[in-house]
Design a protein around this ligand. Sequence first.
Ligand code: GDP
Ligand code: IMO
Ligand code: MG
Length: 427
Amino acid sequence: MPALVLLGAQWGDEGKGKATDLLGGSVDYVVRYQGGNNAGHTVVVGDQKYALHLLPSGILSPGCTPVIGNGVVVDPSVLLSELSGLNERGVDTSKLLISGNAHIITPYNVTVDKVTERFLGKRKIGTTGRGIGPTYADKINRVGIRVQDLYDESILTQKVEAALDVKNQVLTKLFNRRAIAVDQVVEELLDYAEKIKPYVADTVLILNQALDDDKVVLFEGGQGTLLDIDHGTYPFVTSSNPTAGGACTGAGVGPTKISRVIGILKAYTTRVGSGPFPTELFDEDGEALRRIGGERGVTTGRDRRCGWFDAVIARYATRVNGLTDFFLTKLDVLTGWEQIPVCVAYEIDGERVEELPYSQTDFHHAKPVYEYLPGWQEDITKAKTFADLPKNAQGYVKALEDMSGAPISAIGVGPGRDETIEINSFL
Ligand code: GDP
Ligand code: IMO
Ligand code: MG
C-alpha cells in the first residue's frame, strides 16, 4: 500500500525538506496536509539550495505532482511569489494542485497574529508572525475564507464582512489599531484569485483515485510532533496537527490507506520560539551545535535553541504517530565530541520519569537524566553505508534506535540528496 507520511518527530526543522525531496523522485504525489508558510523546508540539489515555505518539497522532482491539501492555510501572496521564484530558477510548477477547501491567510489574519503577540509581551508564543493561528481560529470559528470562496465575489464580500465585523472591534478598541476596510481586502483577494485559479482542484477525489490506482502518495508534514496543537507542548505550539492523524484530515484520505509513517529525527534537538525544552544548552556546546548545524530559522532567521538528543520525546513521537521508521538527520554535526550526552529520562521533582508527562507543570519542571555515549572524530560525510560509519557513530545510532522505539531506516550525514545512508528502503 503506497501511502506514506513523513513528519517531524521533535520541534520542527528536523530535515523534512531534504527527506521529502529524497523520496520525491520515486513517488507520484507529495502532499502538504497542514500548516502554511510558517514552515521553512530546505532542499539542497547539487549546488542549488531551495527554501520552501508553502509548496511541498516534491515540487523539485519533475515526475511528481505537488498538492496543497485542505488542511493547509494558504497566503496567496506568498504562494505566488514562491511560484515565480521557482519559475525564475527554471523549476516547472505547472502540476501544482491546491484544494478548494484550504483556508486563506488574509492580510487581517497576519495583522492579528502580530498584534496579539505584542499584546502577550513576556507570555508570547514566539510565532512566525505569518497569520497561522488567527487563520485556523477563523476556520474553527466558521468565519474563515476558503480558496473556493475567491470565485464568488458576493459570497467573498459577505464572508470578509462577517470576519471583519468582530475583528475590527477588537483591532480598534483593544489593540488601538486602525480598522481594516472590507473592500480593500476583497479587491486584493480577487486579484490573487485569477492567478491561482489554474491550480485549484478537488484534491480529495484526485488523491483517493490515485491511491486506488496504486500510485505512490507521500504526505509531507510541516512543523513537528511537539508543536502539534493536541499533542505538543501546548500552548507553545502551532495551530494545526502535524502528527500522523493530521494527514488524514488534512488531505481527506482514510487511515486505512496509510502504510508507513516516517518520523524525521535530528541527532540532537532544536526549537524555535518560546516553550519548555528540557535538554536546552546555554553553554559552548549549545553554541557549537548552532554553529556546526547551521541552526538558524529558514522562515524568520531567528537563532534556533539547541540541546542534546531527548529520547523521551522520540519515544513519545513513536507512540502518538504510530511511527514505523525513523530518518535520523544531521549525524555529521555531532562529529568531534569526546562523549555525547543523551537524555534517557527526566527527573521531575525528585522522581525519575521515563515517559513524557501529560501535565504542563511537570514538563516545565523536567530535568534531563543523561547517559554519555562515546563520540567519534572521523569525518562521516562521505559514508555511504552503515558499515562506513566509525564504531562509535554506529553505537550512537543503535543506542538512539533502542531508546526511541522504531527502526532507523536512513541516516543523514550532510544536507545534499546523496549525503544519506539508506538502511531499509522506504518504498
Ligand atoms: P525542515 O523544516 O524539517 O525541512 O528542516 P530545515 O530545512 O528547516 O532545517 C534543516 C537544515 O539541516 C537544513 O539547512 C538542511 O539543509 C540541513 N540538513 C538536513 N539534513 C542534514 C544532514 O543530515 N546533515 C546536515 N549537516 N545538514 C542537514
Ligand atoms: P518547519 O516545517 C520550527 C514554531 C514557531 C512558534 C510556534 C507557533 O520548518 O519545521 P506559528 O507561526 O506556527 O503560529 O508559531 O511554532 N514554528 C516552527 N518551529 N519549524 C517550523 O516549521 C515551525 N513552524 C512554526 O517558532 O514557536
Ligand atoms: Mg524548517
